[in-house]
Design a protein around this ligand. Structure first.
Ligand code: NAD
Length: 259
């Protein structure tokens, strides 16, 4: 087991990739705080992992500093330390791609970007006291798909807010700035950028034709599953990655291959 007795807060842990991270971290011996906005999702997710190890569910809104702080306080009360923050939660399943307004751009940033920063700022003092910590931010290869969904000329349709893509690009930048800031206290900060991963959210948000098209753009033409993300998360959380910081690992079946 590679994460024996490590304490990890995993956000958005009620379903999808966050739940897969939770299962794998428990299997690797970690104690997991499942921070999830939706009460029912969190309860169901928590019940499904009860037999696997030591997990607790704390209903949390990562975009709300008081709620984020209460989650970290609950982790400290129960386990006495926080070794890993896996910043996985985002507006994805509930994404409204028809809403191209500035207000909606702000709404998506509140969770997908500021939420990760809020969680990082709540764990950082504890990690600094411990002189060790791991922060793993969930980005997306959507950050690199600059011209997706644009029509081939014609009447200008108005400026897209590209809210999801911009938010995930911001996560990549924030990862590097946090890495630069926190290294002196033994804290590493890295990001995982999944490709199209077959969760319930993807099946809801991404049209079936687009799913097939994206898979054909991968070098490895197979469906990516939530479990495919877990090895990278365990690596970033482990002692093996002690000197790895500010990095983005794309897990996309060889699709984007950024330098
Ligand atoms: N599935 C994919 O293809 C894919 C690809 C690239 C990146 N990602 C990213 O991976 C992560 C998980 O994706 P998923 O497919 O499991 O999506 P999902 O929508 O099923 O999971 C996101 C979870 O975050 C929770 N959440 C939303 N807002 C929250 C908040 N304010 N506070 C706390 N929790 C909140 C949701 O309730 C949900 O359980 C997301 O960051 C997503 O953007 C997914």
């Amino acid at each position: 087991m590679r994460l024996e007795d490590k304490v990890a807060i995993i956000t958005g842990a009620g379903q999808g990739i966050g739940l897969a991270y939770t299962e794998r971290f428990l299997d690797e011996g970690a104690k997991v705080v499942m921070a999830e906005l939706h009460g029912e999702r969190g309860e169901i997710g928590h019940n499904s992992v009860r037999d696997r190890g030591d997990a607790m569910f704390v209903q949390t809104d990562i975009a709300d500093p008081d709620s984020a702080q209460a989650c970290v306080d609950a982790a400290m009360d129960r386990f006495g330390r926080v070794d890993v923050l896996l910043n996985n939660a985002a507006i994805y399943m509930d994404l409204d791609i028809t809403n191209q307004s500035l207000d909606y751009l702000k709404t998506v940033f509140e969770v997908n970007v500021y939420g990760q920063w809020i969680m990082a700022s709540a764990v950082a003092p504890h990690m600094a006291n411990q002189n060790s910590g791991r922060i793993i931010n969930q980005a997306s290869i959507a950050a690199y798909l600059y011209n997706s969904m644009m029509p081939a000329g014609g009447d200008f349709p108005g400026l897209s807010n590209n809210a999801y893509q911009l938010s995930k690009w911001s996560v990549i930048g924030m990862t590097k700035y946090l890495a630069g800031q926190l290294g002196s206290w033994g804290i590493t900060v890295n990001a995982i950028a999944p490709g199209l991963t077959f969760t319930e959210a993807t099946k809801t948000v991404v049209p079936a034709e687009a799913q097939g098209l994206i898979m054909m753009m991968q070098s490895i033409k197979q469906e990516i599953q939530p479990e495919d993300m877990c090895g990278a998360a365990v690596f970033f959380a482990s002692e093996d990655a002690a000197m790895v910081s500010g990095q983005v690992l794309c897990i996309d079946g060889g699709m984007t291959m950024p330098a």
